[in-house]
Design a protein around this ligand. Structure first.
Ligand SMILES: Nc1nc2c(ncn2[C@@H]2O[C@H](COP(=O)(O)OP(=O)(O)OP(=O)(O)O)[C@@H](O)[C@H]2O)c(=O)[nH]1
Ligand SMILES: [Mg+2]
Length: 218
């Protein structure tokens, strides 16, 4: 009998794989890959640590713009790619262009990239950079979910209001916006459920492609 499908994802032993600072260093993971994107200092590394249940898997800092590489992590059923943060005012134009090119190249050759989580601070409206990021994802047809960070900074009431407001500003339904807190672990379950679904869909698509290939060969 077929085993009942789990409705949530279990993350047991998340480990760091490698960093890539150049296009020729990008990995081509066999597993479904989930990219984490967001402004510098929004809480990407903290979010990754929360999901992994490890304090220091991804380096966090008070000094924004630290992560300038694509950092890959093995999360068991999927690979997580931590993308360099954008929108940091204090970096030079050349540096910004470099990041833009790196991100562009990353999405263009998307391989097994099946979903992106775009992190946005729950206290603020999405910036122009955030919106551009989402246009990028639309352009490369990469489905995404908006993950609001630092939910512990707002009251329950205010948070609910912000979820509606931010979803509206991005023309998204509220079901595509998940509020989280790396401090308290709030929202982690909801993200795990979303990822469970995303990974199941990616794996099913892969089976379909394999079946089609077999039919062609017959
Ligand atoms: N209160 C609160 N603070 C948070 C949360 N998540 C992150 N922070 C803080 O926000 C700051 C930035 O967090 P990081 O996780 O390093 O952010 P990042 O997006 O990885 O930053 P870069 O890699 O520099 O782009 C740190 O001081 C964190 O402690 C959260 O859920 N709640
Ligand atoms: Mg970081």
């Amino acid at each position: 009998m077929e085993q009942a499908k789990q409705d949530t994802l279990m993350i047991k032993n998340a480990t760091f794989i490698t960093s890539a600072g150049r296009v020729d260093q990008f990995l081509k993971p066999q597993k479904p890959t989930v990219a984490i994107c967001g402004k510098s200092n929004v809480g990407k590394s903290s979010f990754i640590n929360m999901m992994a249940n490890r304090k220091q898997l991804a380096k966090t800092s008070r000094d924004p713009g630290r992560t300038r590489l694509v950092n890959y992590f093995d999360f068991g059923e999927f690979v997580l790619a931590d993308l360099p943060g954008y929108g940091f005012a204090r970096v030079s134009k050349t540096e910004k262009d470099k990041w833009g090119k790196l991100l562009d190249a990353y999405f263009k050759d998307k391989g097994n990239l099946t979903h992106a989580l775009v992190l946005v601070d729950c206290r603020h409206s999405p910036t122009e950079d955030d919106k551009q990021m989402m246009q990028f994802l639309h352009y490369y047809t990469i489905p995404f979910t908006v993950v609001l960070t630092k939910a512990d900074k707002l009251s329950k009431m205010k948070l609910k209001e912000q979820i509606r407001k931010i979803a509206g500003e991005l023309y998204l339904g509220v079901e595509n916006v998940i509020a989280t807190s790396a401090e308290s672990g709030y929202g982690k379950e909801e993200v795990l459920k979303k990822l469970r679904h995303v990974i199941d869909v990616a794996n099913e698509e892969e089976y379909v492609e394999e079946d089609e290939l077999e039919e062609e060969q017959e």
